[in-house]
Ligand binder design. Structure first.
Ligand SMILES: Cc1ncc(COP(=O)(O)O)c(C=O)c1O
Length: 392
């Protein structure tokens, strides 16, 4: 069946205003997500926030079922939190590190995660080690195999890095982690909603993501998956009366499920919207979404490359919807500004977001144009024509 682009665009109200190639920043929300989120805010205004939450109980609970179906896990293994960073942090900071423990990561690791590694290394004496890339620019599986020993406490990998189309081989990494019995944390902030994600197949223990990027959910939403067999061993860095129960003067009991990583107050409308966004994505089908995104991104790279002065910068055997490039003698920020005049949205990825990778590749910034399934072939043509014009 051909992809129903007309329907996808019709159900995305923002398509009439902007050419949106900033889906890795925040996607345009589809109408059903917008409707569900606004309807709940209206209910809060009409009958009260607590009362609205009580009335929406089942819808809210459905978000956990939807997330579990999407990620192929059980609903008790899901926490719904504020964003991907908080999800990742709650998992990472729950791990008890001791001096000499090794944390293995990749060159393209995201700034917030690396900052957390450094903080924990400074506090506990754990050491952070960055695995080299292979010839394709993805993490070297041979280097990972060779690095494994009894001191490796954690393998932490970003699935789709913030600064390009690279998709790391997370399932192959998972096999190595499983065989060695090492904890494995995947930052899937930019891959969930873009491609099928199966935590069983990946073999990860923990996985974090956000709502607003490829899932097309509302801002201020995120998800954490934690394998059930691990839950009891991971004590969250913060607890409140939702994550734990105060049962006696000097005693509390932490919840057994993944909601131990949540806190009490939250954006109920956003959580509901996230559930609708997940249902909506699954209705399109994750395989179909992934196929279309890869096709569009390939087309964008292919049409950008011949433009004089353009260098497409993406690495990897598998490349997703995030297309990065530079243009000789014109700063990425200037390109972003010039495109903005025509309501064309891109973003600029800078050195400090992925410092190790950018320094290794001697880059300071790149234009990041990230496509989603509702973008059109015509938009790619129009975008490339504008880039050619800017290039002179
Ligand atoms: C790879 C990666 N991880 C984590 C994050 C943080 O996500 P959030 O802003 O939802 O915390 C981002 C955001 O750009 C990202 O690119």
């Amino acid at each position: 069946m051909p992809f129903d682009l007309e329907r996808a665009r019709h159900e995305t109200p923002g398509c009439v205003n902007v050419l949106h190639f900033n889906n890795a920043g925040a996607s345009l929300m589809p109408q059903p997500v917008l409707d569900a989120t606004i309807a709940h805010l209206q209910l809060e205004a009409q009958i009260g926030g607590y009362e609205a939450a009580a009335r929406a109980h089942e819808v809210l609970e459905h978000t956990y079922d939807a997330a579990a179906t999407l990620l192929h896990c059980s609903r008790d293994e899901i926490a719904v939190v504020e964003n991907a960073t908080r999800a990742w942090d709650m998992a990472f900071y729950s791990i008890p590190f001791k001096p000499g423990d090794r944390i293995l990561t990749a060159q393209s690791e995201y700034a917030s995660n690396y900052i957390a590694f450094l903080q924990i290394a400074q506090k506990t004496g754990a050491v952070v080690e960055v695995l080299p890339n292979d010839a394709n620019g993805q993490v070297s599986l041979d280097a990972l195999k060779n690095a494994i020993d009894g001191r490796v406490k954690l393998i932490a990998i970003t699935h789709a890095p913030t600064n390009g189309g690279l998709v790391q081989p997370v399932s192959a990494i998972g096999k190595i982690a499983r065989a060695a019995g090492i904890l494995y944390l995947v930052d899937a902030c930019q891959s969930v909603g873009q491609m099928p994600i199966d935590v069983q197949q990946i073999g990860c223990d923990m996985l974090s993501t956000t709502g607003r990027k490829y899932l097309r959910g509302p801002r201020g939403t995120g998800l954490l998956y934690v394998r059930s067999s691990l839950l009891a061993q991971l004590e969250p860095p913060f607890l409140d009366l939702h994550a734990a129960e105060w049962v006696a003067r000097d005693r509390y009991e932490i919840r057994p499920d993944a909601r131990r990583f949540e806190n009490w107050e939250g954006n109920v409308a956003g959580k509901i919207g996230l559930g609708v966004a997940i249902d909506y994505a699954m209705q399109w089908g994750m395989e179909d979404i992934w196929r279309r995104i890869k096709t569009l991104a390939y087309q964008l790279r292919t049409q950008l490359s011949p433009i004089p002065g353009v260098i497409v910068r993406d690495h990897g055997v598998t490349q997703g919807g995030i297309v990065t490039f530079t243009l000789e003698d014109i700063a990425p920020e200037e390109i972003q500004r010039k495109l903005g005049v025509y309501n064309i949205n891109v973003t600029v990825t800078t050195r400090s977001s992925t410092l190790l990778d950018m320094d290794t590749r001697k880059l300071t910034s790149m234009v990041r144009a990230s496509v989603h399934y509702y973008n059109s072939e015509e938009e790619i043509e129009r975008f490339c024509a504008k880039i050619a014009e800017i290039a002179g």
